[in-house]
Ligand binder design. Structure first.
Ligand code: TRP
Ligand code: SF4
Length: 329
């Protein structure tokens, strides 16, 4: 069997630089006949069920960001999770065999409960988040799952669930999925924490050039470097982390000049902003083009749904048969 690739993005708004460097860059590299890229709208609902923002509008933003970032619908399958009903069905089947303790111990679950204090996440759906994610992956028998570091516990749970399924029903249906991490598993945001919409510290893919510059000027730097004469420590500076990602040809010079107090932080940030704008330019241009082609975008999703569903329905059938829910005489 050739490698199958599946990954997904929660549509909670426009995508940012962290999404691009942390995941999308890898999606692009893994494009090919057997790659599936999903917009995980059910997963968005697990944390957004109380909010009045339209998840459907956000789905559209993510599709545009996928296309703008360079995913090619001729080379991969782009689809919306809730449009392929097999995801909900397999998640329910897997929920029957998943011990509560596994979900309660999940470190991502505990972190999120603590972090997203403004939201009531004491729900069945939120606890079952990894079960739904396991269903996403297993429906396509994916062997490779490009994700950020924060998703590793979810992948581990997927493997535990599929082992339990095989053990209970005596059939080896699913291959074990492996995570594929990018070179930038953690992209810092403007405040130095991980770039994340919930921290309000993002640079978005469609950000205007002047706003990129404005935002970069506010980025935190090496906290020990208070005056221009102080020598800096690039390894702890978020601006330097951005240089490492998008200014590779000059990154050594940046480091040397920072350590020797030969460059000021303002100039350093302006250089990073200019490089970032160069990097984002083609993405912004492609996005504007796709925004004009509403019908074509809908067609891409329709085709994606059909391709995804033909794989997913066959797997669901196998799983239901194995569990004794369905029988073909
Ligand atoms: N949980 C993932 C995230 O927050 C999104 C996701 C949903 C996903 N289903 C998936 C990722 C399946 C990989 C595979 O980023
Ligand atoms: Fe960071 Fe650049 Fe300032 Fe060094 S010179 S601390 S790398 S912003």
């Amino acid at each position: 069997m050739p490698d199958r690739v599946l990954s997904g993005t929660r549509p909670t708004g426009k995508l940012h630089l962290g999404n691009l460097l942390g995941a999308l860059e890898n999606y692009k590299k893994l494009q090919g006949a057997e790659s599936f890229f999903m917009i995980a709208d059910w997963h968005a609902l697990t944390t957004e069920y109380e909010s009045h923002t339209s998840i459907a509008d956000n789905v559209r933003e993510v599709v545009l960001d996928y296309l703008a970032a360079g995913l090619d619908p001729a080379q991969c399958t782009i689809f919306v999770q809730s449009e392929v009903s097999e995801h909900a069905s397999l998640a329910l089947l897997l929920s029957m065999i998943t011990p509560l303790g596994w979900l309660e111990r999940n470190p991502t679950y505990k972190d999120q409960l603590a972090e997203l204090k403004g939201k009531d996440l004491n729900t069945h759906g939120f606890l079952g988040y990894p079960v739904l994610q396991a269903a996403d992956i297993l429906l396509y028998k994916a062997t490779k799952v490009p994700v950020g570091e924060d998703q590793l516990p979810h992948l581990e749970l997927t493997r535990e669930i599929l082992r339990r399924f095989h053990h209970l029903y005596g059939k080896e249906i699913f291959p074990e999925p492996q995570p594929i991490l990018t070179r930038a598993p953690r992209v810092p945001g403007l405040d130095g924490r991980k770039m994340s919409k919930s921290y309000n510290n993002c640079i978005y893919l469609d950000e205007k050039p002047e706003d990129v510059t404005k935002k970069m000027k506010t980025m935190v730097t090496d906290p020990a470097r208070k005056r221009r004469e102080d020598k800096g420590h690039p390894e702890v500076c978020p601006v330097f982390a951005i240089h490492q990602q998008i200014n590779q040809s000059n990154v050594e010079t940046v480091a040397v000049e920072c350590r020797g107090a030969l460059r000021g932080c303002v100039d350093c940030k302006l250089e990073a902003a200019a490089k970032l704008n160069e990097f984002l330019d083609p993405i912004r241009r492609r996005r504007v083009e796709w925004e004009k082609k509403k019908n074509q975008v809908r067609d891409i999703l329709d085709q994606g749904r059909e391709r995804a569903q033909s794989v997913a329905s066959a797997t669901l059938d196998e799983a239901l048969c194995a569990a004794g829910v369905r029988k073909h005489d």
